[in-house]
Design a binder for this molecule. Structure first.
Ligand code: UMA
Length: 460
């Protein structure tokens, strides 16, 4: 489909979030009128969305509120946002009636002149994409990072791209679901179950992910984690060359080209030594292996890949290495707003960890977290903050925690200094609060930035 096919046709944008707004700008720039359809009533839109639609030279038609899907059959083309289920009855009925259902991702794939490195998986997509992008930029390649990771929308730079560029695209199952093209390099990390609230079944979720490789030709490449049955199955689809990754040296999977062993990744004759890596967690070695494989296939020198893989500090606020001061390492894991993510963060360390825990109380249960923390040998101390801090303090008191628990402390800086002061060389100080930021901070990013600022001040 071309822009010409859209002229003088009824074109709808389903959902006016990040993606819908990017499509609206793109269509407007190309003088194409659009109708915006969104469940959220206009009065509840954010200021940016309101002024984008309100001040546009080509005024959009607006269909908002609960009945926004009623008229779908009157559209020639609909651009769907990822958050709107592809298989909803109204969308299927419109499609049956001849409406073309597309999306920002589908349009981009159809029109992008540059090779796309697409990354999907249940966890680790954002980290792997960011690392690949860093590797490519370090090798002086022109690389764009986009997709589910947010920030920069692909339609904002589509017109600038040439064959000489590279696009690293994080692909969620919602974005992959109706693609009819696969990326030039399709990377399938670990796939387990997730988003079952949105997809009807595990089968639909796995099916959605399969577009990462299914349409590849012999000129394309599939990189996948052979240790997960579904990833192996997806990796084997399509005609791309196969480059599987495994932690099992004795695996019988013939497509395996990279073996993770200890802190090393062996790819043929090449060894990538990750023993100096800042990105913590065993799972991250799998992500580094996928990124290293992609880098090698795109012609980056192994020594440079090794250097970037070791220097990469991770995504902001997600187990992000901040600094090492007097041999104490500081990590910002402000994105952790539930107990499970704090447990996952702690699993990444063997060193003693001093933890800032607590925040706004969403009514989550914390017994499991307390049991987990007290059962560990590497929790050195805990500083509690916020309402959840009160709750945790009682739970820790009941079971006589085997480590010092401070607080709850009202002041975030005071909580930080408390544990930073007692941390010994070789220890970790981490913000991984297992609670929402509401009340004490603007949002989780603000909480993370305040933590980073406190670490920076300590360095002076
Ligand atoms: N809306 C409806 N009907 C619905 C659902 C939403 O009208 O049934 C409207 C909402 O009122 C809102 C708009 O649609 O105005 C939001 O659209 P959206 O939910 O698709 O969100 P976007 O802002 O366009 O963000 C999307 C991704 N969101 C989802 O997949 C849910 C973002 O991923 C992504 O960063 C962005 O596009 C850029 O590509 C978020 C996410 O949670 C971060 N992704 C999941 C994940 O990472 O696990 C897949």
């Amino acid at each position: 489909m071309t822009l010409e096919n859209l002229r003088n046709q009824r074109v709808g944008i389903l959902g006016f979030g990040q993606e819908g707004q990017a499509i609206f700008k793109y269509l407007g720039k190309n003088q194409i009128k659009a109708t915006i359809l969104d469940i959220t009533p206009l009065a509840d839109w954010g200021a940016e969305a309101q002024s984008l639609a309100g001040d546009a030279p080509i005024k959009p038609e607006l269909i908002t509120g609960a009945d926004y899907l009623n008229e779908l059959q009157s559209f020639k083309v609909l651009f769907r946002s990822p958050g709107i289920p592809r298989l909803s009855p109204e969308i299927l009925a419109a499609e049956e009636n001849g409406t073309i259902i597309t999306s920002q991702t589908k349009w981009f794939f159809e029109h992008c002149p540059a090779p796309i490195i697409g990354v999907t998986g249940t966890k680790g997509k954002g980290t792997t994409c960011s690392l690949i992008n860093e590797i490519l930029l370090a090798a002086n390649k022109s690389s764009y990072l986009t997709g589910n990771i947010g920030k920069i929308q692909p339609l904002d730079f589509l017109d600038r791209l040439t064959q000489a560029d590279l696009v690293v695209y994080e692909l969620s199952s919602f974005q992959l679901q109706d693609l009819t093209q696969s990326p030039h390099i399709g990377i399938c990390l670990m796939v387990t179950s997730d988003h079952l609230d949105h997809h009807k079944s595990l089968g639909e979720y796995h099916q959605a992910k399969s577009a990462i490789t299914k349409f590849q030709s012999a000129a394309d490449m599939a990189i996948f984690n052979a240790d997960y049955p579904t990833s192996l199955q997806i990796g084997r689809l399509g005609h791309g060359k196969k480059y599987a990754i495994s932690k099992m040296a004795d695996s019988a999977v013939p497509e395996i080209k990279a073996i993770i062993s200890g802190e090393s990744i062996q790819i043929g004759e090449t060894t990538i030594d990750c023993s100096a890596r800042k990105l913590r967690g065993a799972h991250n070695l799998e992500n580094i292996a996928a990124a290293a494989m992609a880098g090698l296939k795109l012609g980056v020198e192994p020594a440079l890949i090794e250097q970037i893989a070791n220097d990469f500090a991770g995504l902001e606020h997600r187990l992000q290495f901040v600094a090492k001061i007097n041999d104490v390492s500081y990590y910002n894991d402000s994105i952790s707003t539930v107990p499970e993510t704090t447990i996952a963060a702690l699993n990444s360390f063997e060193e003693p960890v001093h933890l800032i825990l607590g925040g706004y109380d969403k009514g989550l249960p914390y017994h499991q977290l307390v049991a987990d923390l007290t059962g560990r040998t590497n929790v050195a101390s805990i500083a509690l903050i916020g309402e959840v801090g009160n709750k945790l303090q009682k739970l820790f008191a009941d079971i006589e925690a085997p480590f010092p628990v401070y607080g709850p402390i009202e002041n975030f800086a005071e909580a930080f200094h408390h544990i930073a002061k007692i941390a010994k060389p070789g220890d970790i100080v981490m913000l991984s609060p297992a609670a929402a930021s509401f009340g004490m901070f603007k949002n989780y990013a603000d909480r993370g930035h305040q933590f980073v600022e406190l670490v920076t001040e300590l360095q002076k």
